[in-house]
Design a protein around this ligand. Structure first.
Ligand code: SAM
Length: 277
């Protein structure tokens, strides 16, 4: 095709992907806002709503880039924790039968383990930008930044309650291998969640979306980041990624259970969820 990326051989793909994100790292956040008109923030918020993590949950965010998912996760669990703390303070004032029968369990007993998030990405430039952002937002506590490949994660088995990968899996060369690794590092009962571009089903919206992405995104890439090619790659990788149902089957084939998906913005993105049993 006129894009020239479609014929990239498999062995070349990882190198190209590395270059793309190395080039865009500094401008990555601005580009996300510009290209999605800020909507990527709402999609990421939706991922947290679907996840609804409880205080104490341990997260691994793969292809985590500049940390958007991990930051949201920590903010979410901390606000949940605050809410629970206030609720239990209220119930101490007006004891319920449960409290009385429990003989006021001490706060010490109720305090959950601290939630932690690990951001793992193959590209150290992306992680560097993320770490700086975390420091300046003052939410670095509970976060760690690890260079690693989704296809060969540098973690032991059964470590995490939640595995996320947002706008990352389509960049991975062997998706089945990345799914196997997700399954391996999750604890039994742990949840896999993937936010990714998907298939727009409404034909009118599909045409608008096609026109926008093929014509506008490389232009924005050139104007804002001085990098047309990287953004051509982006559009192309979105087109090649399997649709909602096909990806659901891949997750099931990897060995996950109760696999479901939720489409957002007419299918521009989807969140897939599955459990390790
Ligand atoms: N999750 C972040 C977000 O939603 O803003 C970043 C997404 S960014 C589009 C894709 C990220 O995937 C890049 O940071 C890139 O370095 C990373 N990536 C690509 N291939 C990878 C691999 N094999 N293993 C881990 N990360 C990878």
């Amino acid at each position: 095709t006129h894009f020239g990326f479609e014929t990239v051989p498999e062995a070349e793909k990882a190198k190209r992907v590395y270059k793309v994100f190395e080039n865009v790292a500094q401008k990555y956040d601005i580009m996300n806002d510009a290209m999605s008109l800020g909507i990527h923030r709402l999609w990421k918020d939706s991922l947290l709503h679907v996840m609804n993590p409880q205080p104490g949950a341990q997260l691994l965010d793969v292809a985590g880039g500049t940390g958007d998912i991990a930051f949201r996760f920590l903010e979410y669990v901390r606000s949940q924790q605050e809410r629970q703390r206030r609720r239990s303070a209220r119930s101490m004032q007006t004891p319920s039968w449960k409290d009385i029968s429990n003989n006021y369990s001490t706060e010490e007993e109720e305090r959950p383990q601290e939630s932690k998030a690990v951001v793992c990405d193959i590209n150290k430039e992306m992680l560097k930008v993320g770490k700086q952002k975390g420091d300046s937002m003052g939410i670095s506590a509970g976060l760690s930044w690890v260079v690693g490949d989704a296809e060969e994660l540098p973690f032991d088995d059964d470590q995490f309650d939640i595995y996320t990968i947002a706008f990352g899996i389509r960049n991975v060369t062997h998706i089945d291998q990345a799914l196997q690794e997700a399954l391996r590092v999750l604890k039994p009962g742990g949840r896999f969640l993937c936010l990714e571009f998907s298939k727009v089903t409404n034909p009118v919206l599909a045409r608008l979306y096609d026109a926008y992405s093929f014509q506008m995104i490389p232009v924005l890439g050139e104007v804002i980041a001085g990098d047309w090619k990287s953004y051509q790659y982006l559009v192309e990788s979105i087109r090649k990624f399997p649709d909602q149902e096909a990806f659901k089957h891949m997750i099931e084939d990897a060995g996950f259970y109760c696999v479901q998906y939720y489409s957002f913005t007419g299918g521009v993105v989807a969140i897939h969820s599955g459990f390790k049993l």
